[in-house]
Ligand binder design. Structure first.
Ligand SMILES: CSC[C@H]1O[C@H](OP(=O)(O)O)[C@H](O)[C@@H]1O
Ligand SMILES: Nc1ncnc2[nH]cnc12
Length: 294
């Protein structure tokens, strides 16, 4: 199978340079409009699709990001691997502003977003003990190291609803839970990527110490933007290093990300809702086959 890399850009990352034959394309999905058009092109011969999570000009608040449409669009375009880039606050001393963190666990505290492609008429429960793809995460960590960045591999991301930043009591609570970084968009993005059978990795760029650190001011947008601006080149270098590490040809995921739906569907075939099946054409076409095509 051919590799196609999807990149979801977070705050401060609204485009990527250096794609050959790049053009912004509109993608229609049964889940509404994605955050923006998708920038399609090739990097070192490997097809790539870039989608800015908040849209160019940062128009979508975290609670309003159309997560389902975004993941459907990347799947529909043929992406096999999705790298999510995010700005995060650090909840520990040794994760410093400017460092990159390859996330491998989440605590989901969001509550105002649709979190599944499935539901009444086609119920599914995917496994999520290991929410990110170890193969893709290792490639991201290696690419970040290659770019000369300090990288921490393995960390727990707490996803908050926002848009306000945390209170001091919340920040202390999340630290006591063992969370390492905090952001507003890691969920439900990672859940939806798993449902769509995509390999997914999360590269978090530390921009601040949230508000718990006695030696640092509480986070504000100016601090986040200042760190992101200083780091934009590192994010670009990481993305540029991915094609060489992933290769143009792709073996099945050794961790089963691309087969996540094999054991997940619960609703009996004769009880499935044809309208929902039709909307699942891209996400679950592999397991639903003709039924999803409508
Ligand atoms: C601009 S600070 C808060 C904002 O930044 C992060 O966005 P993303 O995860 O898309 O990089 C955070 O989650 C908030 O949405
Ligand atoms: N401290 C923080 N809390 C939530 N989201 C963030 N994004 C960047 N810094 C953040």
């Amino acid at each position: 199978m051919k590799t196609m890399i999807g990149v979801i850009g977070g705050s401060g990352v609204y485009q990527i340079d250096g794609l050959e034959g790049a053009s912004w394309v509109k993608v229609k999905t049964p889940w509404g409009k994605p955050s923006d058009e998708v920038l399609l092109g090739r990097l070192d011969g490997v097809p790539m699709a870039f989608l800015p999570r908040h849209g160019r000009g940062h128009v979508h608040a975290p609670s309003d990001v159309p997560f389902r449409a975004n993941i459907d669009a990347l799947k529909r375009l043929g992406c096999t691997d999705v790298v999510a880039v995010s700005a995060v606050g650090s909840l520990r001393e040794d994760f410093r502003p400017g460092d990159f963190v390859v996330v491998d666990q989440y605590i989901d505290r969001t509550f105002a977003r649709p979190k599944s492609f499935f539901g009444a008429g086609c119920v599914a429960h995917v496994g999520f003990a290991h929410p990110t793809c170890p193969r893709l995460s290792a490639a991201c960590a290696d690419a970040a190291r290659g770019a000369g960045v300090t990288v921490h591999e393995g960390a727990t991301y707490i996803a908050m609803e926002g848009p306000q930043f945390s209170t001091l009591a919340e920040s202390r609570l999340y630290r006591s839970w063992g969370a390492d970084v905090i952001g507003m968009t890691g969920m439900p993005e990672a859940k939806l990527a798993r449902e769509a059978e995509l390999c997914y990795a999360s590269v978090a760029m530390v921009t601040d110490y949230d508000c718990w650190h006695p030696g640092h001011d509480a986070v504000d947008v100016a601090a986040v933007i200042a760190t992101l601006t200083a780091n934009a080149g590192n994010a670009r270098a990481l993305v540029a290093g991915l094609p060489a590490r992933l290769g143009a040809d792709r073996a099945p995921c050794p961790h089963g990300c691309d087969r996540a739906l094999d054991m997940a569907l619960m609703t009996a075939p004769d009880k499935r809702d044809p309208d929902l099946l039709a909307r699942l054409d891209a996400v679950a076409g592999r397991v639903l086959g003709g039924a999803a095509a409508g």
